[in-house]
Each structure stands twice: as structure tokens, then as C-alpha cells.
Write a protein that binds this ligand. Structure first.
Ligand SMILES: Nc1ncnc2c1ncn2[C@@H]1O[C@H](COP(=O)(O)OP(=O)(O)OP(=O)(O)O)[C@@H](O)[C@H]1O
Ligand SMILES: [Mg+2]
Length: 267
């Protein structure tokens, strides 16, 4: 299978800290891939470097055969890559529908003059974006009629779905989800996993997720990459990664250290 996304020797430094250290990664078109690793390993920084929030210090990001290293986030969205954030980033005082329509506007061709004069072409584009946003809200499983509610008043699990709907409005080929089930209860998590599968199976979108919930990771991922201290320490199928000694040590090593620290705190 052809890779849709490729990282070649990706390195990102913050001053003296090497947050991402020479990472190579290949994501097949139509796959569901997870990036896992302990807290602070560099996972979000990888997403931020892929999506143009940061420029790589070394290395390249290739998307659909094109070198996109150093492009702006809006340029990257326009060529078919979207994302959600570890800390939900909605426009909290806007309605649910308006939030999704913001995503759809990356696709509409309306001009500023058209918007000011409210030309027929502008109104038609606006109506199209509205209909598409309603359809997307339904697709991500939000109850009908929720569109007019203010985003900040909704429960966390629903806000995560709105964020996904907004990302989908840009008609992506690939979606990057940063800890999409964080803070969800087990029922919400199961429903979210079904949605991630639906993105791939029904919309044909390639899915890459950063995830801490191992049940989710092992259940959904066709391929897993493990990051520790900015470096790729393992990759493979769920079974391969689960049995990998370096992975076990990376996780056990830190939880053992954590237990010792907690023990010390309690004393
Ligand atoms: N903008 C920044 N400036 C300086 N240091 C940063 C910045 N962003 C991240 N870091 C540091 O880079 C390292 C990797 O952080 P990152 O957020 O990528 O980790 P992560 O794997 O996503 O962790 P978590 O699982 O906790 O979300 C950490 O040491 C973090 O403190
Ligand atoms: Mg993170």
C-alpha cells in the first residue's frame, strides 16, 4: 500500500530539549495508525510539526507525495489534512452549527466582497456550508437539534464530536486525533471508537491517533508507533508492540518511578 503520510528524520527542538528526535514514520492510505508513548514523549509535538504549527528543525513531512515541511497550517488543511487538539479548541460562545461551519469555510469559495454585499453566490455557498455541517453533525452522532446550542454548554464527549465534525468539514484525506477519548467514560469511549472506524470505513479517511487508553489502541490500530523521549522505540502490530521489551520498559520504568515518587509524597 502507498503511504499517504511520511515523516523522514523529523527533528524538533525547543532550546536545548530535543522533543522529537529523528523520527521516521509511514502511514498507509486507508489505515488506522496509533502513536503512543509516555507523557512528554513528544507525540503532540509530532502532530504540531506535521500540521505546520512548528517547522521541523531537521527532516521532512511528505503528504500524498508532496513535501509539506514548513507549509502553514491553513495550506496543509487545504490539501487534505485535518486534526483535533488534546485540549478541545472550539469557539466556546458560538453555536454547535457555527463551529462546524467555520471548518466548512475552508472549502467555500466566497470572497470578502461577496460576503459584504451578500451576493446570491455568497448566500448559496453559505446555505451549502450549513447543509453540509448539519449532515456532518448527524454523521458524528450528535442528536438532531443540537446545532443551535452554545458549544460550551455541552458535555465534554459531545464537544469532542463537534471538533471532529468541524475537522471533517474541510473534506480531509487524513485526520490526526490527539487523545480523542481523554476524559470520556467507557460508554463514550466505545462510541468514539465506532466513530473512528466509521471515518475510515464510510468516508475513506486515513486515521492517525495519539491515545493513552490501551484498550482503544490495541482494539483499533492496524499499526502502532511507540515514542519515548522523542525517539521511535518500536513499531508494528498490536501484538508485536505489546510484546516488545523496550515498550514494556518505557511504560513500566516510568510507572515504577511514579509509584516511588507517590510513595515518597505519602510519607
Ligand atoms: N512549545 C513548547 N516549548 C517548549 N517545550 C515544549 C513545547 N511543547 C512541548 N514541549 C516539551 O516537549 C516535550 C514533548 O511534549 P509533547 O507535548 O509533545 O509530549 P506528549 O507526548 O504529547 O505528552 P502528553 O502525553 O503528556 O500529551 C515535553 O518535554 C514538553 O514539555
Ligand atoms: Mg500530548
Amino acid at each position: 500500500m502507498a503511504p499517504l503520510l511520511e515523516l523522514r528524520n523529523l527533528t524538533k527542538r525547543f532550546g536545548g530539549l530535543i522533543a522529537v528526535n529523528n523520527v521516521n514514520l509511514s502511514v498507509d492510505k486507508g489505515s488506522i495508525t496509533s502513536v503512543i508513548g509516555p507523557n512528554g514523549a513528544g507525540k503532540t509535538t509530532i502532530f504540531n510539526t506535521i500540521t505546520g504549527i512548528y517547522k521541523p528543525d531537521v527532516g521532512h513531512v511528505l503528504f500524498d507525495g508532496q513535501d509539506i515541511s514548513g507549509k502553514r497550517p491553513d495550506q496543509i488543511t487545504a490539501i487534505g489534512m485535518c486534526r483535533t487538539f488534546q485540549n478541545i479548541r472550539l469557539f466556546h460562545n458560538m453555536t454547535v452549527l457555527e463551529n462546524v461551519m467555520v471548518g466548512a469555510h475552508t472549502q467555500t469559495k466566497s470572497t470578502i466582497v461577496g460576503a459584504m454585499l451578500r451576493t446570491r453566490a455568497f448566500k448559496e455557498a453559505e446555505e451549502e456550508a450549513r447543509q453540509e455541517s448539519i449532515r456532518l453533525l448527524r454523521f458524528v452522532g450528535l442528536p438532531a437539534g443540537l446545532g443551535d446550542q452554545i458549544a460550551k454548554n455541552l458535555p465534554y464527549g459531545q464537544q469532542r464530536r463537534i471538533e471532529i465534525a468541524r475537522a471533517l468539514a474541510s473534506k480531509p484525506k487524513l485526520i490526526l486525533l490527539d487523545e480523542p477519548t481523554a476524559g470520556m467514560n467507557p460508554q463514550e469511549t466505545d462510541a468514539a471508537v465506532r466513530l473512528f472506524r466509521k471515518l475510515r470505513d464510510e468516508l475513506g479517511i486515513t486515521v492517525v491517533l495519539i491515545e493513552h487508553d490501551m484498550k482503544v489502541v490495541m482494539g483499533i490500530s492496524e499499526y502502532i508507533t511507540v515514542i519515548d523521549y522523542g525517539q521511535k522505540i518500536a513499531e508494528g502490530t498490536a501484538d508485536e508492540v505489546r510484546r516488545n521489551q523496550r515498550v514494556i520498559e518505557a511504560y513500566l520504568g516510568r510507572s515504577a518511578a511514579l509509584e516511588t515518587a507517590e510513595g515518597a509524597d505519602n510519607r
